[in-house]
Design a protein around this ligand. Structure first.
Ligand code: SF4
Ligand code: FES
Length: 331
């Protein structure tokens, strides 16, 4: 089995493992960010370049370094390879450039975006971005489109990661949308706004790393960090029925698939991805529809887990109660 060293950590991995997968096996800060790669979707990766790393030694047989940063999600580990991610300042500088490119057209509408609090681009730009933009030209603008009665597309926020196209290709039987045009006029389109109404089409919302595809049944209902995520399941004939309920009191505001530490849908059983069907996601919004297992542990550096921390410490405030907000602010 080939051995690879990433930021000083050495690991043996199965033949054919990519640098990104090897880094995820090591875990922690060693792992590069990934905006388009999604391990449950075949042929994903290779579009966004956020996962770039510096290969300082190609392999035991050919120790020459690679001449430029490579996409770790698309580069296979060679025996004896040495890689730098966080330990290479010039690589981090290059990643900042990638983030700046991704942000050229992305609007700064986080205060009204439903993805705020769980947006990977928000995290990425916080960790690797510049606080200003050098871009002076007119940005891309699109009208918002309803694709089907449950999904809203804000193309202006899209970073063209192709994940939703791959969900449509690989998880749904039929695909009625894709990326049309190329370069700075490329866009996700259903042509004549055809409804995406397959049983599993809602999973496009879960894989979208930004707020380009949002759940119309949840839009503007609550900031996600004010909700209480709960693991729950039901006996569903179409999908695994294992979900996260985002609750406010006893009200179910949103239902999503369960995601792992990389923001990807968890395995349900026998290595099969836990995609959920549209009935579970959009139609089952009553608590009696579900068997609640308990609070969801949000394992990302996320404002949602911050809310759970406040709750554990009994510091959570009722946002509708101005007096309580003022009291907490004074303490
Ligand atoms: S809509 Fe979302 S998932 Fe689809 S390509 Fe754009 S950013 Fe990616
Ligand atoms: S995650 Fe590797 S290129 Fe996007």
């Amino acid at each position: 089995m080939p051995k690879v060293t990433i930021d000083g950590h050495t690991i043996e991995v199965p033949e054919g493992t990519t640098i990104l997968q090897a880094a995820r096996m090591i875990g922690g800060d060693v792992t590069p960010p990934a905006m388009c790669y999604y391990s449950k979707l075949k042929t994903s990766g290779g579009y966004c370049r956020t996962c770039i790393v510096k290969v300082t030694k190609g392999s035991e047989k050919d120790p020459r370094p690679m001449p430029k940063p490579v996409a770790s999600c698309r580069t296979t580990v060679m025996d004896g390879m040495e890689v730098q991610n966080n330990s290479a300042p010039d690589l981090l500088e290059a990643r900042k450039g990638v983030v700046e490119f991704l942000l050229i057209n992305h609007p700064l509408d986080c205060p009204i975006c439903d993805q705020a609090g769980e947006c990977h681009l928000q995290d990425l730009s916080y960790e690797n971005g510049l606080s200003t933009s050098r871009y002076e030209f007119k940005r891309r603008e699109f009208e918002k489109i309803d694709i089907g009665d449950k999904i809203k597309l804000h193309m202006t926020r899209c970073i063209l990661c192709y994940r939703c196209v791959k969900v449509a290709d690989q998880v749904c039987d039929t695909r009625v949308h894709g990326v049309i045009n190329r370069g700075d006029v490329a866009e996700i389109s259903t042509y004549i706004e055809k409804a995406v109404d397959h049983d599993f089409s809602g999973n496009m919302i879960d894989v979208c790393p930004v707020g380009a595809l949002t759940d119309r049944t949840f839009r503007f209902k609550s900031r996600v960090w004010f909700t209480r995520p709960m693991d729950a399941h039901r006996d569903c004939k179409t999908c695994c029925g294992r979900v996260v309920l985002y609750m406010s009191g006893n009200e179910v505001l949103r239902v999503s698939a369960r995601k792992d530490q990389w923001g990807e849908v968890e395995d349900a059983s026998e290595g099969r991805a836990g995609w959920i069907c549209n009935e579970c996601r959009f139609e089952k919004k009553e608590l009696k529809d579900w068997t609640v297992e308990g609070p969801r542990n949000i394992d990302r550096h996320s404002v949602i887990s911050q809310n759970q921390y406040l709750e554990k410490k009994n510091l959570r405030i009722d946002v509708s109660n101005q007096k309580q907000i003022e009291e907490k602010a004074h303490n």
